[in-house]
Design a protein around this ligand. Structure first.
Ligand SMILES: Nc1ncnc2c1ncn2[C@@H]1O[C@H](COP(=O)(O)OP(=O)(O)O)[C@@H](O)[C@H]1O
Ligand SMILES: [Mg+2]
Length: 398
């Protein structure tokens, strides 16, 4: 499904729904291209608002609020930066002729674990973990029995690992199913039950689509980024580029990513998450936008994921992206609740050669909120990782 004319000649204005750290970098890249930028988010002073021409603060699950802002601003393209958006409003806007990046259907499918899994495993037929969908604790029990313990349940809609519960035996089903639903976004009582695998490596394959001048679409994937999370939490803290998985594994991951992304369609960059377990290479999920783990591309690539997304959004090509150096990124997390946080020891972190810091400018902290990221280059990813670990361990958010 292609929407609108591919190349937006004379495109002037982009509007973001969601203004976090990824939005901020996208806005900066758009500013560099002379575009007008508008950011909408649910709280004031969100990171991207600091660098945009205009901002709006509304509840983004409120379809009417979104529609009225977009009709007033009339952007050339709408870029969604988070999942918690009223996607039916996006579908309507697209029907009326607005360009949604990558497209409204892809945004709606990617925020729903059940729809995305059906698309990837049943339509595109890329390998995934064994899974089943369930809506009652009886159905969860049956799914776990069929798949085999341990299982992981995830709500139909949620992000950053919210509501992920590992179930080790039947006696835990009731409680963990309830817990998963308690962290779901929206009112759905559906969950996906997946085989709980031993993850050896985790990759993000950035994959992008842009229109060709003579018609048609170019899809390209980049060498995988690798990332890691601490045991027992389900969000990433460190990523590095390039990944050190064998060539054939990287090639399989890139092939699956391209196939899923081509089915989602539209223009823009996608972050395709791949899990490696033994000799299995499994598609997991995809962000229809730049990916958190891709912040590392600000150090590793000549053209970062944000610039690629902005270009693709308005129909401009990115025929080649070069990996210029091994690099790593490590998040800076808050560990308490506070307004107007201060960052201590930044000067010590910057003493380490090759280290850069991006502080997102969020107005307040809460426990485990991502407040910034440390980037570093190195002669190899090991050296880059050592630098970001050292630098991020020095910095305190207070
Ligand atoms: N089936 C699974 N078995 C083991 N670990 C998993 C499984 N699925 C996801 N994970 C881990 O949980 C993390 C978050 O899961 P994911 O499905 O990507 O949800 P989110 O949308 O919250 O990022 C993954 O990056 C991976 O480390
Ligand atoms: Mg994920």
């Amino acid at each position: 499904m292609e929407i609108g004319t591919p190349l937006l000649e004379g495109a002037k204005k982009l509007l973001w729904l969601g203004g976090g750290e990824l939005g901020k970098e996208m806005v900066i890249e758009a500013q560099r291209m002379g575009l007008e930028t508008v950011v909408v988010d649910r709280y004031d002073m969100a990171p991207a608002m600091h660098v945009a021409h205009r901002k709006y603060v509304v509840n983004m699950l409120d379809g009417n609020a979104i529609k009225s802002i977009i009709k007033k601003e009339h952007p050339d393209a709408i870029i969604t930066e988070i999942e918690a958006i009223n996607t039916d409003a996006l579908l309507e806007l697209e029907q009326e002729g607005f360009r949604v990046i990558p497209n409204a259907r892809a945004v709606k499918i990617c925020m729903n674990r059940l729809d995305l899994r059906m698309l990837a495993a049943e339509k595109v037929k890329v390998p995934t973990t064994a899974y089943a969908f369930a809506e009652t604790s009886e159905e969860v029990k049956k799914a776990c029995k069929d798949i085999g313990y341990p299982c992981i349940v995830k709500p139909e809609m949620s992000s950053s690992g919210h509501g992920h519960e590992v179930i080790y035996n039947e006696s835990e089903v009731e409680e963990k199913f309830k817990e998963a639903l308690a962290h779901a976004r929206g009112k759905s009582s559906k969950v996906i039950v997946e085989e709980f695998i031993n993850i050896d490596r985790e990759l993000t394959v950035l994959t992008y689509r842009y229109p060709l001048i003579n018609g048609g679409v170019q899809t390209k994937s980049l060498p995988p980024i690798e990332h890691q999370r601490p045991k027992d939490v389900y969000y990433y803290v460190e990523s590095w580029h390039p990944s050190t998985v064998p060539e054939d594994v990287a090639a399989r991951a890139r092939e699956y990513a391209m196939r899923v992304v081509d089915e989602l369609g539209g223009f823009g960059i996608f972050g395709v998450e791949i899990l490696i377990s033994g000799n299995r290479v499994l598609f997991s999920e995809v962000s229809p936008r730049p990916h958190d783990t891709g912040l590392v591309t600000m150090a590793s690539l000549d053209i970062n994921e944000f610039q690629i997304h902005v270009r693709s959004a308005i129909g401009l090509p990115t025929p080649e992206v070069k990996l210029v150096t091994p690099a790593a990124a490590h998040v800076i997390l808050a560990n308490n609740e506070k307004w107007a946080p201060k960052f201590i020891n930044v000067e010590k972190a910057l003493e380490i050669p090759g280290v850069q810091i991006r502080l997102f400018g969020k107005p307040s902290t809460y426990y485990k909120r991502r407040m910034g990221v440390v980037l570093a280059t190195g002669k190899d990813v090991e050296e880059a990782k050592e630098k970001v670990r050292k630098a991020s361990s020095l910095i305190l958010v207070s």
